[in-house]
Design a protein around this ligand. Structure first.
Ligand code: SF4
Length: 185
């Protein structure tokens, strides 16, 4: 009987999506990778339900209750959780909002911003509770909410680093990214 491939699920939370774009930069190495693993769900698939997987990958930090739920859900369904990119590892650009109160952030986003168009003046999250996911008091890295097994710093981690991480995992090791592989482009 053919051996089943390790399953991988990836999610992107509060972030710029650059880490997933870097994954695509692996180019033809992706073809080889997908011979060895099965990507069950990702931001570019239509599958919203996260299945049980071997490896879970999180890009982005946690800024609201919905993201917190996704992180906990993925953690409960994977054996190895990878925090992928600086936003997930230590907060990255998401942490910049920690200098503002959540209410001020919502006002800037929905009513007061220079480019904001909001004729109703209704402020989601304050005037209309539940219309947007409730913000956490501050944006936090993934390991403030759930246990992380593998940290992949970088903004974004480059394709070589991502390939290294997969090679290590497929060899049965828990990768530790060497400092010379941490990239900031
Ligand atoms: Fe974007 Fe950098 Fe955050 Fe990745 S770590 S999501 S590239 S800002």
């Amino acid at each position: 009987m053919a051996e089943s491939k390790p399953k991988i699920a990836s999610v992107w939370l509060e972030a710029c999506a650059g880490c997933h774009m870097s994954f695509l930069d692996m180019d033809e190495r992706l073809v080889e990778l997908f011979k060895k693993v099965e990507l069950t769900s990702s931001p570019i698939s239509d599958i919203k339900e996260i299945p049980e997987v071997t490896v879970g990958i999180i890009e982005g930090g946690l800024g609201n209750e919905e993201e917190l739920h996704i992180a906990k859900d993925l953690r409960s369904k994977c054996k190895l959780l990878v925090a992928w990119g600086d936003c997930a590892v230590f907060g990255g650009i998401n942490g910049m909002r920690n200098f503002m109160k959540p209410e001020d952030l919502l006002r800037e986003a929905y009513t007061d911003g220079v480019t904001t168009v909001n004729p109703s003046g209704v402020l989601p999250g304050i005037d209309a509770p539940g219309e947007v996911p409730a913000l956490l008091p501050e944006a936090i890295p993934v390991d403030r909410a759930v246990k992380v097994d593998v940290y992949v710093p970088g903004c974004p981690p480059d394709a070589d680093t991502i390939a290294y991480v997969f090679d290590e995992i497929l060899a049965g090791r828990v990768p530790k990214v060497p400092s010379e592989m941490m990239r900031y482009d």
